[in-house]
Design a protein around this ligand. Structure first.
Ligand code: SD4
Length: 306
């Protein structure tokens, strides 16, 4: 039987990411090419304060980006806290394919990107800088992802009331190969040097062709604490459906930190090797996009604990 290709991405902008990924598949690309194309689209197109060039900066006004990419054979690459490079997911892929390493960070990641021919651009937009300056007036350092970000009320951002927008994308291609990618500017006003879950294999992303793939969005510290995307894949390995695996991982987050879980968001998206997609979130409001030959723009609401 030939496999039915499918792509799934986090949040409402996942529809656009899926379309780019789908085009890559249709052009003969692999699942890996597809997730890179989807993440590149998000990095290059979105102006949403948490992915790529329009991301909000850290506490010191510096925009630092995290990204990872992984395929179903366990090949993976990541960059963390990289500055002034527009496509961190592509650098992550270069780390995977052109170095013996898995992750490069900060100045070293940027140096590698420049050596690979990526261009250096200042990515901080005037809007992001203005938001940072507004935040600095109070400079309350408690980056709660469910709170409206300074200067941007949730109501101004329809369809995304939870207000955190890491792109996580998963793909299955016609040969049955799986891949995933993540790209984010992390949490606004984070401490300089803070790294979230998105570039950490097993936390923000995990892919295993034998089982399936998972990715996450929300407060990355919780994903790291729980090796969460790995956990979701392992739960699928034990026979859970993608949704049940995501739900159980969310329950694990709650059990570990019941108090904190009331005020922060955690969301998982998973796909098994048959292309079945599921999701679950801690709080209401997580949406995800699914694309296959039959449906190109499906946007689904994840169930949640609260
Ligand atoms: C992080 N998981 O860096 C990311 C945050 C996120 O939109 O989802 N932001 O913790």
């Amino acid at each position: 039987d030939s496999v039915r290709p499918r792509v799934a991405s986090t949040w409402d902008f996942g529809v656009g990411a899926n379309q780019s990924a789908w085009q890559a598949l249709q052009a003969g690309g692999s699942a890996l090419d597809a997730v890179e194309a989807g993440a590149r689209w998000a990095e290059g197109t979105l102006c949403n304060s948490t992915v790529g060039r329009c991301g909000y900066p850290d506490r010191d006004g510096v925009l630092t980006l995290d990204a990872s990419i992984m395929d179903g054979d366990g090949r993976c690459g990541a960059v963390a806290a990289i500055e002034d490079i527009a496509h961190p997911v592509a650098v992550a892929r270069a780390v995977m394919e052109k170095t013996p390493h898995v992750m490069l960070v900060g100045a070293g990641a940027q140096q590698f990107a420049l050596e690979q021919g990526f261009e250096r651009h200042s990515l901080l937009t005037p809007e992001a800088r203005a938001a940072w300056e507004a935040w600095r007036k109070t400079a309350r350092y408690s980056p709660q992802i469910n709170a409206e970000r300074a200067g941007m009320p949730a109501a101004a951002r329809p369809g995304n009331k939870q207000n955190h927008d890491t792109l996580g994308i998963l793909a299955l291609d016609g040969q049955g190969r799986m891949a995933g990618a993540c790209s984010t500017s992390g949490m606004a006003w984070k401490l300089h040097g803070r790294v979230g879950d998105s570039p950490i294999v097993g936390a923000g992303l995990y892919v295993d062709n034998e089982v399936g793939a998972a990715t996450a969005s929300g407060v990355g510290e919780e994903m790291i604490r729980n090796a969460a995307s790995f956990l979701v894949v392992e739960l699928m390995r034990q026979g859970r459906t993608p949704m049940d695996a995501c739900r159980e991982a969310i329950e694990r987050v709650v059990r570990k930190r019941p108090q904190a879980s009331r005020t922060l968001q955690v969301c998982f998206l998973a796909m098994n090797r048959d292309g079945e997609v599921g999701a679950f979130a801690l709080h209401d409001g997580f949406v995800y996009a699914v694309c296959d030959a039959g449906q190109r723009e499906a946007l689904l609401q994840a169930r949640s604990v609260y």
